[in-house]
Design a binder for this molecule. Structure first.
Ligand SMILES: Nc1nc2c(ncn2[C@@H]2O[C@H](COP(=O)(O)OP(=O)(O)OP(=O)(O)O)[C@@H](O)[C@H]2O)c(=O)[nH]1
Ligand SMILES: [Mg+2]
Length: 510
C-alpha cells in the first residue's frame, strides 16, 4: 500500500528549477501585455480585495498568528472565527498573548507551513466566486473542508517543531499581519504553497543536485484522454492546454540545464497502442498516466493495459512514475486505490502520485507542484543509475531489433511461400499474378535496375523460373539481390536460390 505524499517544499536548487524559471519567464511575458479585458479583471479584483476581503482577512491573519492553533485545529478555529464574524462578533486574540514580541522564524515557519495552504485555498475560492458576504461564505467553505475531509488535502503540515503559543506576542507581529493586504497574503501564500504551484519556497534543507546525463528518453504512456499531452504542455508553460488526441508518436523535448529530456508522447487510443511496443526499448524511464476519475469500464481497461505495459520485458524495473490524474474530480480514485488495483507500490524505481495535469483545474490555477516534484524524482532516479540504465537500453534496443528482424524474416518467408503457392496453384492458393517466361525475366531485370531482360544473369533467370514467374515472388527476389536501403543485407543469387529451394521443400505438391 502506498500513500499520496504531497511534498511540502520543492528543492531550492535543482534541474527542475530551470523548467520553473522558463515557465515563469513565459508567464511574465504574457503578463507584460495585458489585454483590455485583462485590465478590467485586474481592476475589479483589486476593488473586491480591498473593499471586501482585506478587512476580514487582515484581522483573521493577525488572530491566527497570535493564537497559533495546532495545524490540525486550524480549520476548526477558523470556522469558529468566521461563524462569530458572520454573526457580527470579531473575536480578539487572547489578550495575555498580545504583549511585545518580535516576529521570529517560528512565526514565519508557522505562517508558511501551517497557515498558508488554508489561506491560499480560501483566497482562491473567494477570487473565483467573489461572494458578496465574505464571512458567511467563509463559514460555508470551512464547513466544507471539515465535511469533505478536504483539510487533509490542503497540504497543511505539522510544523517540524511547533512553536509554543507565546505568552506574549509583539504588536510587531500583529501590526505586520494586520497591515498585510489580502492581495499580498495571497501572493505570499502562493509563493509558499508551491506544494501545488510552480515557484518553490526555499527548502530549509538544500538538496544536492544530481548530475543529469546529456539526454534521457522518457516514454509517456497511458490510455487516450488520460492527460499525457496536457502534462507536457503544462510543465512547459502553457497556462491553458487544449490538446487534441495524439495520433501516433510525438517527440517533445524539455531542455534543462545541461540536459535534454526527450519525452515520447504516444497516443493512447485503441488503434494507436499497437505502436507502443516498438518504442519500449528506447525509454530510460516511463511516465504512465491513468485517468483516475474515469468511469468504471474505462478505468478497468486502463488498469489492465497498465499492468500489461508495465510488466513488459523492456519496461519492467525501469524508473516508472505513475500519475493518477484528474485528482481534482470528486470521482477520482485515490493513489491507494489505484496502487491496489495495479498491485504495485512505491519502491526505489516506482512512484505513484496523484496529479491534476490541467493548470486550470488546480486550486491555484498554476501547474500542480506534485508534477514537478514527481518528475524531479524520476529524472534523479534515472540520473543516479544512468550507467546501468543506459546499458539496459542498449541491450533492450539490440534485443528488440533482433526480435523485429526475426519477425520480419518469418513474415517475408510466409509471403514468399504463399507467392510460390500462387505461382503453381498449390497449397490451397489459386494461380495468380503469373508472368510469361519472357515477361518474368524482364520484370525481374527491371526490379534489380537493368533496362532489358537480356542483362539478367543466368542465375537470376533460374530463380525467376523457380518462383514460377510470380509477380510478388519476383519482386521479393529482386529486393534481396538489390535492396533499396543500404542498411539491408544484399543477398547473392546463390543465397536466394538456396532460400527459394528451402521454401519450396516445405510446400506439399511441388
Ligand atoms: N478535469 C481534468 N481534465 C484534464 C486533466 N488533465 C487533462 N485533462 C483533460 O483531459 C483531456 C485529454 O487530455 P490529453 O492530454 O489530450 O490526453 P492524452 O493522454 O494525451 O490522450 P491521447 O493523446 O488521446 O492519448 C483533455 O480535454 C484535457 O483538458 C486534469 O487534471 N483534470
Ligand atoms: Mg496526447
Amino acid at each position: 500500500m502506498t500513500s499520496d505524499v504531497r511534498p511540502t517544499t520543492a528543492p531550492s536548487s535543482s534541474h527542475v528549477d530551470t523548467l520553473r524559471t522558463l515557465r515563469k519567464q513565459r508567464r511574465m511575458e504574457r503578463m507584460q501585455t495585458p489585454s483590455a479585458s485583462q485590465k478590467k479583471v485586474v481592476e475589479s479584483t483589486h476593488v473586491y480585495l480591498t473593499t471586501r476581503v482585506d478587512p476580514v482577512m487582515s484581522k483573521v491573519i493577525t488572530y491566527m498568528l497570535i493564537e497559533q492553533p495546532k495545524p490540525e485545529n486550524i480549520i476548526s478555529v477558523l470556522l469558529k472565527y468566521f461563524t462569530e464574524l458572520a454573526a457580527g462578533v470579531t473575536l480578539e486574540p487572547n489578550s495575555a498573548a498580545k504583549q511585545n514580541r518580535k516576529t521570529n522564524s517560528a512565526d514565519r515557519l508557522y505562517m508558511a507551513k501551517a497557515m498558508s495552504p488554508v489561506f491560499t485555498k480560501l483566497m482562491n475560492l473567494l477570487l473565483a466566486l467573489r461572494p458578496s458576504n465574505v464571512p458567511e461564505y467563509l463559514v460555508g467553505a470551512c464547513q466544507g473542508f471539515v465535511d469533505n475531509d478536504e483539510f487533509k488535502n490542503l497540504g497543511v503540515v505539522a510544523v517540524a517543531k511547533p512553536p509554543t503559543v507565546p505568552e506574549t506576542v509583539a504588536p510587531a507581529v500583529a501590526a505586520e499581519a494586520s497591515a498585510t493586504p489580502a492581495a499580498q497574503v495571497t501572493a505570499d501564500a502562493t509563493a509558499i504553497t508551491t506544494t501545488t504551484s510552480v515557484e518553490a519556497a526555499p527548502s530549509p534543507e538544500k538538496k544536492k543536485k544530481v548530475a543529469y546525463p546529456k539526454k534521457m528518453v522518457i516514454l509517456m504512456l497511458g490510455l487516450d484522454g488520460a492527460g499525457k499531452s496536457t502534462m507536457l504542455a503544462a510543465v512547459q508553460g502553457d497556462p491553458e492546454p487544449k490538446c487534441k488526441p495524439t495520433v501516433g508518436f510525438v517527440p517533445n523535448t524539455l531542455r534543462l540545464e545541461n540536459s535534454q529530456v526527450q519525452f515520447y508522447d504516444l497516443g493512447g487510443g485503441d488503434n494507436i497502442r499497437d505502436i507502443w511496443d516498438s518504442y519500449y526499448g528506447d525509454g530510460h524511464a516511463i511516465v504512465y498516466v491513468i485517468d483516475a476519475a474515469a468511469d468504471d469500464m474505462k478505468f478497468g481497461n486502463s488498469i489492465k493495459v497498465a499492468k500489461e505495459t508495465l510488466g513488459h520485458e523492456y519496461i519492467s524495473k525501469k524508473p516508472t512514475l505513475i500519475f493518477c490524474n484528474k485528482s481534482e474530480s470528486k470521482a477520482a480514485r485515490t493513489v491507494e486505490e489505484v496502487a491496489e488495483e495495479l498491485g504495485m507500490s512505491n519502491d526505489a524505481t516506482t512512484k505513484i502520485v496523484s496529479s491534476t495535469m490541467h493548470p486550470k483545474m488546480t486550486p491555484t490555477g498554476e501547474v500542480d507542484g506534485r508534477i514537478d516534484e514527481a518528475l524531479e524524482w524520476l529524472f534523479d532516479t534515472v540520473a543516479v543509475d544512468f550507467d546501468s540504465i543506459k546499458e539496459r537500453v542498449k541491450k533492450d534496443i539490440e534485443t528488440q531489433k533482433a526480435k523485429e528482424a526475426k519477425e520480419k524474416a518469418e513474415k517475408d518467408r510466409r509471403v514468399m511461400k504463399k507467392s510460390i503457392c500462387k505461382a503453381f496453384g498449390v497449397g490451397g492458393e489459386e494461380k495468380e499474378d503469373v508472368f510469361s517466361e519472357e515477361d518474368g525475366f524482364e520484370f525481374l531485370a527491371q526490379e534489380i535496375g537493368f533496362m532489358k531482360a537480356e542483362e539478367l544473369e543466368e542465375e537470376g533467370r533460374v530463380i525467376a523460373g523457380m518462383v514460377g514467374y510470380q509477380k510478388l515472388a519476383l519482386m521479393m527476389c529482386g529486393g534481396m539481390f538489390a535492396p533499396i536501403s543500404s542498411k539491408k543485407k544484399k543477398y547473392t543469387w546463390k543465397e536466394i536460390k538456396e532460400y527459394v529451394e528451402g521454401i519450396k521443400g516445405e510446400i506439399e505438391g511441388l
